[in-house]
Write a protein that binds this ligand. Structure first.
Ligand SMILES: [Zn+2]
Length: 545
């Protein structure tokens, strides 16, 4: 089967200038790019349209939801053909009983479907996804949180030499099964319980496979500079490339720190470290509410113990005291006022401001809180703010996700414009609630707002940051660039008419103007609708090398 996309404006993913021509897909591969000689079976007229490689989402959390939502509509609709999953140290694999228990309590958030489960190994996950068919290609990282939970549970202490050996064996197994590297989430238990030297040891086994180290850093606010230094130190010591995940500076006090963090990346690159970062095009972040407010020590042991601590009066009082300190650090500081107003009054004002910047995006049961700020939620309950937050976490068994409007637009643009930054969604597709719009609108929003309207990037740069640059980091030589012989992952869109429709109020909408998507040559999105094709693969690093 030969499909020719004619009259196209080709943006090939390398960053080279766009040019006019045709692209011919033959079965799973690209037969011709630019030229058109052999007669096609079917012609797609792409007059006025851009033809580009399918986007490779370098930072996705769809790994949790793909078993239950294999058509990946949220991603296909915005032109994504490959997702890098198991980011932030979290994922459905590898697993054992301890890992299964860790995730089961916060479902349905993590599984995205009732009855979801974990997988013992990457090979088992691949067999499950490919067995039922999946519409996108999937590249897995080895999530450090799973590895630590599998060996040590939720213990807040350093690993012993024996435990490090067990964890290294799990990492090696994941790499043998085709993982592309290792991810950490150093704000989430149990990954956050590991310190720098221990992490370095766990990262070492990815080196012989050419894997890279992706990290949701320990602190993206007050200590973001030190956190970047930690990530770079681990990369240097383990001898592997580094990916700073969702690079940002959270909290008004920290806005502008991306100048320093990007300079650190440049310096590390100059000395030979293969370091990149990724960004999503929004000034709000999103994660589970517990990670925003509950101090790490409270997660020790098990989820059941966490719930006990949230209820036990003296422990609860300590958690509230420390939560206030955490939230204040993220709050916008009225600088002049700071010197004039007494500390307790100031803290109260900051917490009030902060409680209006954090919006509940999804809950397990009490869906009427979705879309409400923490301030509104507490008022609805007639409770003090922190009593309300902790009660809600207990009632929902901690399965509460939230969106925090804590980043500055200039930092977003500065990170995005940096030559070593890729685009990633950090998306977590959910059937219910009001998840962060990044899951549905990242790529159209980059093209519409940051290329077409603001000119932060050229079209060619934006496409390169979404395709060829990511493929190079992954070591994928047959995707991310339109050239004869490459896999036929292709997107066709109307650059002038592209319109992102995912908003915070109503996020679950794909864009207008994204017409066609091919995955491994299969026509998966056609005239703005999913065809049901499930031609994706779970990719393997070893095969790409
Ligand atoms: Zn993260």
């Amino acid at each position: 089967m030969r499909i020719r996309i004619e009259n196209a404006r080709i943006v090939d993913g390398t960053g080279a200038p766009a040019y006019d021509g045709a692209v011919t897909i033959e079965d799973e591969h690209l037969a011709e790019v630019g030229e058109a000689s052999a007669p096609p079976d079917e012609v797609l007229d792409a007059r006025g349209r851009i033809v580009a490689p399918g986007f490779i989402d370098v930072h996705s959390h769809s790994g949790f939801t793909l078993p239950g939502q294999p058509e990946a509509e949220a991603k296909i609709a915005q032109g994504v053909t490959t997702e890098v999953v198991c980011n932030c140290g979290l994922g459905l694999l590898p697993s054992n009983e301890r890992v299964e228990r860790f995730y089961s309590l916060i479902q349905p958030i993590v599984f995205g479907e009732p009855g979801g489960r974990c997988y013992a190994t990457l090979d088992a996950y691949r067999a499950a996804l490919e067995g039922r068919g999946v519409s996108v290609n999937v590249a897995c990282l080895v999530p450090h949180g799973n590895v630590r939970a599998a060996v040590m549970g939720l213990e807040e202490r350093a690993a012993t030499a024996t435990e490090i050996g067990h964890m290294q064996a799990l990492v090696t197994e994941g790499m043998e099964h085709g993982a592309f590297g290792l991810s950490t989430g150093l704000v989430y238990p149990p990954g956050a319980f590991a310190q720098r030297d221990e992490i370095t040891e766990i990262v070492r086994p990815i080196r012989p496979f050419g894997g890279f180290y992706a990290t949701h850093m320990r602190d993206e606010g007050t200590r973001v500079v030190e956190s970047v230094e930690e990530a770079l130190a681990i990369g240097r010591a383990a001898g592997v490339g580094v990916q700073i995940s969702h690079h940002k500076a959270a909290g008004r006090l920290n806005w502008g720190k991306t100048k320093k963090t990007l300079a650190l990346l440049d310096a590390a690159r100059a000395e030979g470290l293969d370091v990149h970062s990724d960004v999503y095009p929004y000034t709000a972040g999103s994660t589970v509410l517990s990670a925003m407010v509950v101090p790490l020590w409270a997660f020790q042991g098990s989820q059941a113990q966490l719930l006990e601590r949230l209820k036990d009066p003296p422990t609860r009082a300590r958690i509230i005291r420390e939560s206030k300190e955490r939230l204040v650090r993220l709050a916008p500081l009225p600088t002049v006022v700071e010197r004039l107003v007494p500390k307790p009054l100031l803290v109260r004002a900051l917490l009030r401001a902060m409680s209006k910047l954090v919006v509940i995006s999804s809950t397990k049961r009490q869906h009427h809180y979705e879309g409400k700020t923490l301030d509104e939620m507490a008022r609805m309950r007639g409770q003090d703010l922190f009593e309300a937050i902790l009660d809600l976490l207990v009632e929902e068994e901690t399965a509460v996700a939230a969106i925090a409007h804590v980043m500055g637009e200039r930092d977003v643009q500065r990170v995005m414009a940096h030559p070593q930054t890729m685009i990633g969604t950090d998306g977590f597709p959910q059937r219910e609630g009001k998840p962060h719009p990044r899951t549905y609108g990242t790529y159209p929003r980059v093209l519409e707002r940051y290329v077409r309207e603001l000119g932060v990037l050229t079209l060619e740069q934006a496409v390169h940051k979404s395709t060829g640059m990511v493929a190079a980091k992954l070591g994928l030589t047959d995707r991310g660039v339109l050239r004869p012989g490459a896999r036929a992952d292709v997107v066709v869109f109307d650059f002038a008419g592209l319109r992102d429709r995912a908003t915070y109020e109503d996020p679950r909408h794909g864009p207008e103007g994204l017409d066609h998507v091919f995955v491994n040559g299969a026509w998966t999105w056609r005239d703005g609708a999913h065809t049901g094709a499930r031609a994706g693969r779970v990719l393997a690093k070893r095969a790409a090398a």
